[in-house]
Write a protein that binds this ligand. Structure first.
Ligand code: NAI
Ligand code: MG
Length: 497
């Protein structure tokens, strides 16, 4: 039994053996024989050699997924699929410490954070289990006269290509696998090359739970090869993608060949708006952790911190003080609150923005640099950073940084902040801190984003939809809308006379 206050123990899954692809219920080498390394971003240590899937392997996996879709899986009843989801939830519950530690070692998130996702992860699977037996079509009255009866059937879309990023491999995988199992789809899951270990272990647990071979396939590999092959594949019915806006565009292009369905959950530059009437003792940590959680590597992070003029100086300096007391460290340490960035590339990107912020005239209140002192030197660590006096036209106010960087911007009044908050090509998350109910409702309506959090940030529940407006993508995850993304609607007409 691991105590919550203990650090993460390296999971047995990291056993020095090569990690292979899961295709049709079998662990297989890549057709090319190639492998790649995945490493721990806190130490640079190589964790595993992983078989590197490319288009040939994607092709094999799609064939397996198609056969499974047309095979016995097709005959599973809703109750059968519900049971398999519940068994998977129980298995994940029993193995949760290992899964949390795999995420932590492979992508750097603090173990306190990955452990804390337990309730959500299990809730997701149990929610999908409930949807398996309750999603239904409708009987629809028509106006053709008494002799026609019309109703709808909801049927699985088919083979789903799931392409996920590295920032939360466990929840991202379940967000794709769960609705597929609930509806009777099959999946080819392409994890990020930076964090493939949790999805592979999850594939193993799916088999153990009794998911038939070929229903869930896991093919790690690179985006330009494996990911692109999946997006383009003519026998894939839908792609569910989470990742960057640039890659989202490529997936849209790649999908054109067979006009496959898409759901896209892309980036953000979300406004987090603090009014002077807010409970500032709650808003300071709330606004800080809206960005510093997961080292800022969250698509809906509240990175544009708009603060009402009268409290601006006080508020931003309190956020900076809060940032300074955060414990930055290796994800495996139980006290760590902010872990490393996932990779050298991500580090370079974030440090680049720190320089750009200063060059364009922002005032750095705290942080603003890579950590290189003892204990940090081998990892990709950046100190939590608060930039004040940020103008809307600065790059740090416009572009997704995906690091622990707050851009704090003063505002005058509600109309102005609505306009400026919405002046972005993104529309994923948003926050409002106020004690004025009228203001809260006005903003909830006026903000063009898929989620508005009032006096909180990043609240998530399996039953509440999450997704983007504008270039943050389309489609919803969680909620009954999510299940609909995996279903076709068929209209049936019966002439009864
Ligand atoms: P990415 O969007 O390139 O990678 C996400 C997934 O897409 C990975 O599995 C990758 O292998 C795959 N992929 C890459 N190119 C592909 C292609 N041409 N066709 C099909 N699949 C492809 O994101 P990356 O490079 O890891 O991170 C770059 C930036 O993207 C980050 O700095 C951040 O700003 C943003 N990002 C946003 C995420 C979100 O949750 N919205 C998640 C990850 C990154
Ligand atoms: Mg890794």
């Amino acid at each position: 039994m691991v105590m919550d206050n203990a650090g993460a123990v390296r999971p047995d899954f990291i056993d020095g053996k090569r990690k292979r692809l899961l295709i049709n219920g079998q662990w297989v080498e890549a057709a090319s024989g190639k492998t790649f390394e995945t490493s721990d971003p806190a130490t640079g240590e190589v964790l595993a050699q992983v078989a590197e899937g490319d288009s040939a392997d994607i092709d094999r996996a799609v064939t397996a997924a198609r056969q499974a879709f047309n095979g016995p899986w097709n005959k599973w009843t809703p109750a059968d699929r519900q049971m398999v989801l519940l068994r998977l939830a129980d298995l994940i519950d029993r193995n949760f410490e290992e899964l949390a530690a795999l995420d932590t070692f492979d992508m750097g998130a603090p173990i306190s954070r990955t452990r804390a996702s337990r309730h959500r992860v299990l809730g997701m699977l149990r929610y999908y289990a409930s949807q398996a037996v309750t999603k239904c079509g409708e009987t629809i009255p028509n106006s053709l006269g008494g002799d026609y009866f019309s109703y709808t059937l909801k049927e699985p879309v088919g083979v789903v290509g799931a392409i996920i990023p590295w920032n939360s491999p466990l929840t991202a995988s379940i967000w794709k696998i769960g609705p597929a199992l609930a509806t009777g789809c099959t999946v080819v899951l392409k994890p990020s090359e930076l964090a493939p270990l949790t999805p592979l272990r999850l594939g193993e647990l799916c088999l153990e739970a009794g998911v038939p071979p070929g229903v869930i396939n896991v093919v790690p590999g690179f985006g330009a090869t494996a990911g692109s092959a999946l997006a383009r594949h003519m026998d894939v019915d839908k792609v569910a993608f989470t990742g960057s806006e640039a890659t989202g565009r490529k997936i849209v292009e790649g999908s054109a060949g067979n006009l496959k369905r898409l759901s896209l959950e892309l980036g953000g530059k979300s406004p987090d708006i603090v009014f002077s009437d807010a409970d500032l003792d709650a808003a300071v940590p709330g606004a800080a952790m809206a960005v510093f959680s997961n080292s800022g590597q969250i698509c809906s992070a509240g990175t544009r911190l708009f603060v009402e003029q009268g409290i601006y100086e006080e508020f931003v300096s309190r956020v900076a003080q809060f940032a300074e007391q955060l414990k930055v460290g290796k994800g495996a340490d139980s006290e760590t609150q902010v872990g490393p960035l996932v990779s050298g590339d991500q580090l370079e990107k974030v440090v680049g923005y720190l320089d750009v912020g200063v060059e364009q005239g922002a005032r750095c209140l705290t942080g603003g640099r890579r950590l290189v002192e003892s204990g940090y030197e081998d990892g990709h660590f950046v100190s939590p950073t608060v930039f004040a006096d940020v103008r809307d036209d600065m790059r740090i106010a416009r572009e997704e940084i995906f690091g622990p960087v707050i851009s704090a911007i003063p505002f005058k009044d509600i109309d102005e902040v609505v306009e400026r908050g919405n002046a972005t090509s993104f529309g994923l998350g948003s926050g409002v801190w106020t004690r004025d109910l009228g203001k809260a409702h006005r903003l909830a309506k006026a903000i063009r984003a898929g989620s508005v959090w009032v006096n909180c940030y990043q609240a998530m529940d399996p039953a509440v939809p999450f997704g983007g407006y504008k270039q943050s993508g389309y489609g919803r995850e969680s909620g009954s809308q999510h299940i609909d993304e995996y279903l076709n609607v068929k209209a049936v007409w019966i002439k009864t006379d």
